[in-house]
Ligand binder design. Sequence first.
Ligand code: HEM
Length: 380
Amino acid sequence: MTDHMPDDLSAAGRDLRAYTDELRPKHPVVRNVADEWVLLRHADVAAAALDHERFSSAVSRYLQVPNGLDGDEHARYREVIERYLTHDALVPFVPVFKRVAAQLVVDLPRGVVLDAVSDIGAVFAVRAQCEWLGWPAELEPRLLTWMQENHAATRSGDRAWTSDVAEQFDEIIRSVIQPRRAAQVDAPDDVTTRLCRETVDGRLLTETELVSILRNWTGGDLGSIALCVGVIVAQVAEQPGLAARLRTASDAEVDAIIDEMLRIDDPFVSNRRVTTCPVRIGGVEIPSGARVKLNWTSANRDETVFDNNRFDPQRNAAANLVYGIGKHVCPGRLLATWELRIALQALLASVNTIEPAPDQSPEREVAPVGGYHRVPVVLT
Ligand code: HEM
């Protein structure tokens, strides 16, 4: 151990935001108990994300389309994926997401304690995704149960459990794509069917590639949207002035405020890279073939970049890393931004107040998950 490393490098059981705030000023790079080099400062995280030559995304032995690919191969698949996430491709779903959000908030009970993560965020995320992809509403309970189990498995750090849960999700995806691939003519005209007909290098996407793409669109992102809703509702409940500001703000202003709330408390914690040669970063020599973590949550709270983390949507937008940077920057940003804004606006439009539940504090998540585990609120 060298002097730039703290004694205890295990983040297990801790609130990652608080832990990395504590580490970052003195330790820009820490080597964790899993032998990964974790980058904590904004400049280093951004530099590594933009350096596609020396920091490869080929970190897993499993196929990960497109996030585990590099170079031209990544670009070919990324092009296919981006077609589904452009402004024009997503506009038709805006009224659909608004309907889903309005129905959900009308059904929420008033005057009792609700959990913003599981009762609002998770349910909205699953319904919006099913509508977008054309998946049957009957999958909702199965997907919600899966999200809870996936979350518990990730939290536990138990690899066998995590991979078992991942396999269950692949089963759900196969149950949706197999009939569409088999039916040449009368498959439903939806995003999933269109994706099944996409080609790369002049051939149809294989089942394994399709499962990987859809796992990326749904598996990870259902959880992220739910956690983002938790973070947003927690901040609105704690700062009544914010609700008033959001109610009169334009859509663009609401988007900027949400981005800033997520910057301060980014629940999408990190992504991995592997070095292709020895690299010096953050004052530390990292060998070739080392596993590196870009910690977005910490980079987004770097006090040297964000004026001591003062809440300022305009000033802080340019350096905000919630959706990443570089060739792997989140292609789902517009979809996530619209879903989150629509959910928040529907909630604010249908209630007078969103208040913290009396005598119950929000529970922070613990490593490796970010944001909140539970945000108890009362709607009136
Ligand atoms: C809830 C909010 C979301 C957050 C905070 C988020 C954040 C991120 C970040 C930080 C990356 C960069 C990964 C890297 O550099 O290795 C990323 C990549 C990605 N995101 Fe998102 N994301 C969100 C929602 C979504 C949604 C809704 C979708 C699609 C439906 C999506 C699809 C993807 C894909 C496919 C990649 C990999 C891109 C590539 O490797 O080229 N994300 N996301």
